[in-house]
Structures are given as structure tokens and as C-alpha cells.
Design a binder for this molecule. Structure first.
Ligand code: S5P
Length: 465
């Protein structure tokens, strides 16, 4: 190992930026090591070394601009920028959503390539957010350089989105340097290795354990229905004619635990529609979910939910909600209701080119976690199993992930819909799949509903053993 890297490891250990022992993480889990590089700015000698190390990593890379992810990496990037005579830009941390203010400070031109420096990589999430901000401003991102890769597979995670990661030092480097200096005993080093090898997977609870840990009655009802009906299938019954609607529903009702409607699609809607719907829900034992995608201010959605032609709150036990207008929409919808109702927040969408960003998704999850009283879970999607797993890991175990955009025979519909397979959706961690045309466009919806239910349930069962 290069002398500079070795020195860096010893220095980080000396100043307490790197510690071994037992540390409690935010998640409540405990970790055998702790890294916090925020204090390095107070040690000019260490910074000098880091700048040399960064410079030599950057030698062979092509970029027009540099940035560091605030706060820790920004002063590092600033120094490297001066030494390499390459312009610096940076992304404002406090501007969280696009379109509301200037996101990138500094001079740049569209199409330029920006290299991103950061101090640590763990899950890759903040890297994706940084890249997204740069790309949104018209810059290209290819390379990330991190001081410490504290993950098991940082390079792989970034490669899944087409980025290249170079790390100055890894956990393994630290273990070997400190081990060779007798600063770390072998059993603790092994503990660290084991911990790092499985950092992304939270302790996995079975579905039954998750149910026991869930306190929201509306969320428990969903979980209980899934177990009772041995079904993870939500039917999306987007047809215009009520007779056809009830015909398909009666044939498929036994296979589903929940029905998803778009009631405003029904051409011949009358209040009797609801009576008949509720009768079938009783007959086949399924829940009712109106995919209204509420998105307005609290006072307006309150009326949209409770009044008008459809009086959705009277019969839909669950509804979808966009968080674009902020958390107060939840009070507008679910506050002061006689019968409790619950929402699913749109955290990610299946439609090609949708405008949901990583930052937006994170913020939706933050609201949803605070509001378990009226948020049973999220609507989400992903590009592949690994991507869905990473997303699922951010969702609390006492909330559900429902996944639309699932089809066993098609990859898209020519109108932007993108389909995943049932197996990928469930293996990624979806608790239920939402299937529309895969079932209703068939000549035999009953057989298709059974096929989807079985495919999902079989995968779900193997994961919950
Ligand atoms: O991101 C999304 C969110 C939803 S709720 N993508 C979706 O497709 N949906 C809904 O799921 C969509 O409105 C439709 O009702 C259903 C998918 O239907 P399918 O026919 O493509 O399976």
C-alpha cells in the first residue's frame, strides 16, 4: 500500500475519526466500528496528504469540473480544484427540490463533465442524489472519488447506475494497516469484516413478525388480509363499463386481497355501483383501494375525498396520495374522519421519464415514517431486484410496499408504462403487486388472476420461511 494511504489510516485512527468497539447506529443496530471524517478539516497535515492522494487518483480521469458533496468533501474538492486548476462548482444543500431556486453554484456550461468527490460511501444514496442534481443542471457525471469505502460493494452499487467509483481506502485497508501495527485485535477485525459483508440488509423479519410489530390498525388489516387470503395480488380493474367491471371482479375476487379502482373511469357510475362493489368485497373478502392520487392542498382534497359524485371516503378504505403539496395533505384527507382510512404515498412511479427524483423519494419516505397513523405504505417501482431491495430497505417494516407496473408477458405498453416480472417485484421486497392489464385484458381473467396470485405467493412464501 502506498505510504500516503497508510499514513492516512493511522492519522484517522489517531484523531478519533475512525474508531473500533461497539457503537449504536441511528437505526438502533450496533456497529463494531465508527467513521466520521467531519473533523479532518482541523488537521492541515492530514488534509495535505489527502489532497495529494486525491490528485494522484484524478490523474487519469477526464472531467471539466469538480465538486465535493457538502459539507465534509467540499473543502477537499476546493483545494484539489486550485491545485489542478480545474473549476469548482457545488450543489446547495439546503435547496432540496428542483425548480425552486438555483441548485448549483459556480460557473458551468451544459454538457460539461463533473467529477464528484465525497468522504464516505455507505449505501450510495447521497451519491445518486448528488449526481441527479448535477445531471438536472445539464452536467454529465461519470466518476466519483471517495476517501473511504465503508460499504461491502460501493463500486457495484454505483456501477448499477453507470457510474464509476474510485476509493482511496477501504475498510479492508484499514483493518490490515491497524492490524499490522497491533492497534486492532484479530477478533474485532473479523467482527468488522462480518459486519461490512452484510450492511445493507436489515435484520429480516418474517411477514408474521412484521405484523406483530405493526400498531396501525389499518396497516394490520392489510397484512392480515394478505395472510388470510394467501394472496399478494391487488387487481387494478381499469375498465369503463360497470357490468364488465363486476363480471371480472366476481371471477377474480377469490384470488385477490385488495381491489384497486379508478372510479372516475366508470362511464355509467351511479351510487348503486358502490353497493354492488361492497357486496362483492364481502362475498370474496377483499379490501377496497381507490387510486385517486390526491395532490392538492389540504382543504381541497378534503372535499374531493368526502364529497362530490363519488364520496370516496365513504367506501374506499385506502387511497393513493402524492406528497407534492406537502404533509398537510394528510391532515386534509385523514383528519376528523368518522371511519378511519389510510393512504399509500407515491414514492416512485413506473412510468418512463417520470419526474420523481431520489431526493423527492427520500422526502416522501420521511413524511410517511412520521405519519404511520394514516400512511400504510408506499407505491414504488424499480429497475431491477437490487434497486428495489435498496429502496425497500429504506421503508419501515411496519409499512407496506405495493408495486404496480407488473406483467408476466409484456415489458411495456407503448404509453410509458414499464413492467417488471412478478418474481423481481416480490424478491426485491414488494409486499404486493398491482396488476391490471395482465389480468383484465385476457380472455380468461380468472385463470390469469390465479396465475399472478400463485407466482407472487410462491415467491413470497420462499422469502418468508
Ligand atoms: O407508478 C405507478 C403508480 C400506479 S398507482 N404506476 C402505475 O401503473 N400505477 C397504476 O397501476 C396505474 O394507474 C394503473 O391503474 C395500474 C397499472 O395497470 P397495468 O394495466 O399497467 O397493470
Amino acid at each position: 500500500m502506498e505510504a500516503g494511504k497508510r499514513q492516512l489510516i493511522l492519522d484517522l485512527h489517531r484523531i478519533g475519526a475512525l474508531k473500533f468497539g461497539e457503537f449504536k447506529l441511528k437505526s438502533g443496530a450496533s456497529s463494531p466500528f465508527y467513521i466520521d471524517l467531519r473533523s479532518i478539516i482541523s488537521y492541515p497535515d492530514i488534509i495535505k496528504n489527502i489532497i495529494q492522494l486525491l490528485k494522484s487518483e484524478l490523474k487519469d480521469k477526464h472531467f471539466d469540473l469538480l465538486t465535493g458533496i457538502p459539507y465534509t468533501a467540499l473543502p477537499l474538492a476546493a483545494q484539489v480544484s486550485v491545485e489542478l486548476e480545474t473549476p469548482l462548482v457545488y450543489q446547495r444543500k439546503e435547496v432540496k427540490a428542483y425548480g425552486t431556486g438555483k441548485l448549483i453554484e459556480g460557473h458551468y456550461e451544459e454538457g460539461q463533465t463533473c467529477l464528484i468527490i465525497d468522504d464516505l460511501i455507505t449505501t450510495g444514496e447521497s451519491k445518486f442524489e448528488a449526481a441527479e442534481g448535477m445531471e438536472h443542471a445539464g452536467l454529465k457525471v461519470q466518476d466519483f472519488v471517495c476517501l473511504v469505502d465503508r460499504s461491502f460493494n460501493g463500486a457495484e452499487i454505483l456501477a448499477s447506475r453507470g457510474y464509476k467509483l474510485t476509493s482511496i481506502i477501504t475498510i479492508e485497508d484499514m483493518l490490515s494497516v491497524l492490524g499490522s501495527e497491533n492497534m486492532l485485535d484479530a477478533s474485532l477485525a473479523q467482527k468488522v469484516r462480518d459486519f461490512v459483508a452484510t450492511p445493507l440488509e436489515k435484520p429480516r423479519l418474517t411477514f408474521n413478525e412484521r405484523l406483530s410489530a405493526t400498531s396501525s390498525p389499518m396497516t394490520r388489516r392489510l397484512m392480515e388480509a394478505i395472510l388470510r387470503k394467501k394472496s399478494n395480488l391487488v387487481l387494478s380493474l381499469d375498465v369503463e363499463d360497470s357490468q364488465k367491471f363486476f363480471d371480472i371482479l366476481d371471477k377474480t375476487g377469490s384470488e385477490i386481497f385488495m381491489l384497486k379502482t379508478h372510479v372516475d373511469i366508470i362511464q355509467d357510475y351511479t351510487p348503486e355501483f358502490v353497493t354492488e362493489l361492497q357486496a362483492l368485497a364481502k362475498k370474496h373478502d377483499f379490501l377496497i383501494f381507490e387510486d385517486r392520487k390526491f395532490a392538492d392542498i389540504g382543504s381541497t382534497v378534503r372535499k374531493q375525498f368526502r364529497s362530490g359524485v363519488y364520496r370516496i371516503a365513504d367506501w374506499a378504505e385506502y387511497v393513493t396520495v402524492h406528497m407534492i403539496a406537502g404533509e398537510a395533505i394528510l391532515d386534509g384527507l385523514f383528519g376528523e374522519l368518522e371511519t378511519p382510512r389510510s393512504g399509500f404515498l407515491l414514492a416512485r412511479m413506473s412510468a418512463k421519464g417520470n419526474l420523481i427524483s431520489e431526493t423527492y423519494t427520500r422526502q416522501v419516505l420521511e413524511v410517511g415514517k412520521r405519519r404511520k397513523d394514516c400512511v400504510s405504505g408506499y407505491i414504488g417501482h424499480g429497475v431491477d431486484v437490487e434497486d428495489i431491495k435498496r429502496f425497500r430497505n429504506k421503508i419501515p417494516q411496519d409499512q407496506l410496499l405495493l408495486m404496480p407496473g407488473v406483467n408476466l408477458d409484456s415489458t411495456g405498453d407503448g404509453l410509458g408504462q414499464q413492467y417488471l416480472s412478478v418474481e423481481n417485484a416480490i424478491r426485491g421486497g414488494a409486499d404486493a403487486i398491482i396488476v391490471g392489464r395482465g389480468i383484465i385484458a385476457s380472455d380468461d381473467p380468472r385463470a390469469q388472476a390465479r396465475r399472478y396470485r400463485e407466482a407472487a405467493w410462491n415467491t413470497f412464501e420462499t422469502m418468508n420461511k
